[in-house]
Design a protein around this ligand. Sequence first.
Ligand code: NAD
Length: 382
Amino acid sequence: MKVSVVKETAPGERRVALVPESVAKLRATGLEVVVESGAGDAAWFTDDSYAESGASVVDRAEALSADVVVMVGKPDDATLARLRAGQVLIGMLSPLTDPDLVRALAAAGVTAISLDMLPRTLPRAQPMDALSSQANIAGYHAALMAATEYGRFFPLLITAAGTARPARVLVLGTGVAGLQAIGTARRLGAVVSAYDVRPETRAEAESVGATFIELSSVGAASGAGGYARELTEDEREAQQHELAGHIARHDVVITTAQVPGRRPPLLVSEDALKAMAAGSVVVDMGASPLGGNVAGSVPSDTVTTENGVTIVGADHLPARMPSAASAMYARNVSALLRYLLSDGALVLAGDDELTAGVVITRDGAIVHPALSEQASQPEEPA
Ligand code: NAD
């Protein structure tokens, strides 16, 4: 069976789905691996290094003709048009927020496997958990960006030229990315507080060195599968209002809140920004064209409010650390391939919870329950 890696086409994407180390390991399982020329360039994995690991370096057309095509993100229209029925596509396809792509993949007869749909709480899914591997990188990088933008020190510094007090950092959302942001800010010497709408995250946040904040106006909002549920409008308003008081007492805020399949919740309102001191920094990891966790954040851009608060629209952070992110993603993909591989072929057993969780289209149909339900529902206003 031939597995191929193609060059990503999304703007700013620098990751590659397999790195030379993973190619060598996959070849040891009997798979043939081909790599599109230049696929790893932006992450500093050269064609030569793939060839040395046993891959054939080919052009895009040949790479796209393999039995299994592996990507990091989604295929663009031109890529999609070249896929054929029966081919397997593996990537992080964001199917919950891109029903058009799901329909197109089904119409093309492609067997699409979306790593971001992995049932992450299954112990055997851990090595394949690309959302966690990439969130870890994003959380780390968000803390570094905050430190770079902040015009003062993160640690307590006592010098002959004076003493700097440590920065007060608030992390909103303490999932995988938030916990890594807390740990990184702490390692840089900041005093860190954290908040999440799932109170069960308190112990984890405290274990990496944050003081956990509880809001009296919003109750627990734990949803299915270890995720948060979407808040009601009343809850959202109460949350924003009460959070504003805490935000004003911090120098740096890093927001990481997500609700699967929904636009990110707004946590830092315009009023909250107005109450922050000049020179404060807010890093919005939820920044998206639909709006992020922070009012006025612009994806992939940095803006400053009239009262001197810097807002960093920190989307696509894993692509900013492309070597580490690619290496971790490649291990996740390789683990999935090895899991599905039996006698040299991918076996997609519908009665296996993990497999059923990631396969979204097959034999011309949308087969994932969450997506076929969504496809049969009328479209919600954005
Ligand atoms: P995520 O990226 O979906 O969200 C990040 C955080 O934002 C979450 O902690 C969420 O509770 C929080 N959030 C959402 N709405 C919010 C709001 N309005 N206000 C404040 N916070 C809000 O989450 P994630 O990092 O992907 O992880 C979600 C959970 O899944 C975590 O508990 C994680 O530990 C768990 N998980 C478990 C496993 C496992 O069991 N092996 C693996 C991976 C993740």
